[in-house]
Design a protein around this ligand. Structure first.
Ligand code: NAD
Length: 303
């Protein structure tokens, strides 16, 4: 029977998918040296973030047909080396879409209802009801920058809150926009009209600094800006400067130019809610990622 190495902790349901099709070796503490020594036994390997599948490993993997990353990125896999050796690399970018969309909604609510600072205030022994006047989301305009897998899940959830949705994404069709009941517009128009803006584009040379001083200054009074995509899409230095001048703006971030976030002046600001790159971290997303990639491994094993 062909052997599959599960080299990092993945959800049990992923391992179950492979039962009957392969001999599964679960070794989530395998060292880089042990991996180099044993990799030639395996037809498939499943990793999360801990295990690095380097060119050295790949060149020793004489029987390997597939490398699977039970998650979104493939930064810990040398994809070029895999391609050079005819080995397939798969991941599961669709597994976290709903989880990230829910986190974006969470940040929006944390800011529109001032939940984070209200929580800090109550825990500080205060009862400052008048300080925490909120904003209702119903009938407000949500601007979605990038309407791919995650952006479209945010749209569905925003519709349930009775928000009007406008979208900036030069790569989607009118048909897709109609299906989701949104209006496509320019970035400038979106920024000028959105009460809440949320970013769901990849980080590319085109999107780096997409939201800088000029765009931040165009935002409506009292607007909310969310970034659960990648650090660097918002220019963080510009953001700090604009937020100091416009304390009525509110910003929720899960991702940063440098991670982990260290010595950032953003932590001093009341109008900012920060999370440590956890938008994709739910048990459900991890389970789905494990199941999706295990199915792909099974297909490859079955030829
Ligand atoms: P996706 O590829 O399905 O969607 C991206 C969308 O952005 C596409 O519709 C594309 O047309 C659009 N786009 C690309 N370039 C653009 C530009 N210059 N201007 C406007 N729109 C543009 O990706 P996805 O699965 O929805 O994920 C979006 C991003 O979210 C990922 O690239 C990733 O960086 C980030 N992400 C973050 C976390 C997290 O933990 N915070 C988790 C998963 C994904």
């Amino acid at each position: 029977m062909q052997k599959v190495l599960v080299a990092d902790k993945i959800n049990d349901q992923g391992v179950e998918v492979l039962e009957g099709s392969a001999e599964v070796v679960f070794d989530p503490t395998i060292t880089p040296e042990e991996l180099l020594e044993t990799i030639d036994q395996y037809t498939g390997i499943i990793v999360r973030s801990r295990t690095k599948v380097t060119r050295d490993v790949i060149e020793k993997a004489k029987n390997l047909k597939i490398i699977a990353r039970a998650g979104v990125g493939v930064d810990n896999i040398d994809v070029q080396a895999a391609t050079d050796n005819g080995i397939l690399v798969v991941n599961a970018p669709q597994s976290t879409s709903i989880t990230v969309a829910e986190h974006a909604m969470g940040l929006i609510l944390a800011l529109s209802r001032k939940i984070a600072i209200a929580d800090a205030s109550v825990k500080d022994g205060k009862w400052e009801k008048s300080r925490f006047m909120g904003m209702e989301l119903r009938n407000k305009t949500l601007g979605v920058i990038g309407m791919g897998r995650i952006g479209s899940q945010v749209v569905k959830r925003a519709k349930a809150f009775e928000m009007d949705v406008i979208v900036y994404d030069p790569y989607i069709t009118e048909e897709t926009a109609d299906e989701l009941g949104v209006r496509i517009t320019t970035l400038e128009d979106l920024i000028e009209n959105a009460d809440v803006m949320t970013i769901h584009v990849p980080l590319t040379p085109e999107t780096k600094g997409l939201i800088s001083k000029e765009q931040l200054n165009q935002m409506k009074d009292n607007a909310i800006l969310i970034n659960c995509a990648r650090g660097g899409i918002i220019n963080e230095e510009d953001l700090y400067e604009v937020l100091k001048e416009r304390p009525e703006l509110k910003v929720g971030l899960d991702v940063y130019e440098n991670e982990p976030l260290e010595d950032s002046p953003l932590v001093e600001l009341d109008n900012v809610v920060l999370t440590p790159h956890i938008a994709a971290s739910t048990k459900e997303a991890q389970r789905d990622a494990a199941i999706i990639v295990a199915k792909e491994v099974k297909e490859v094993l079955n030829g």
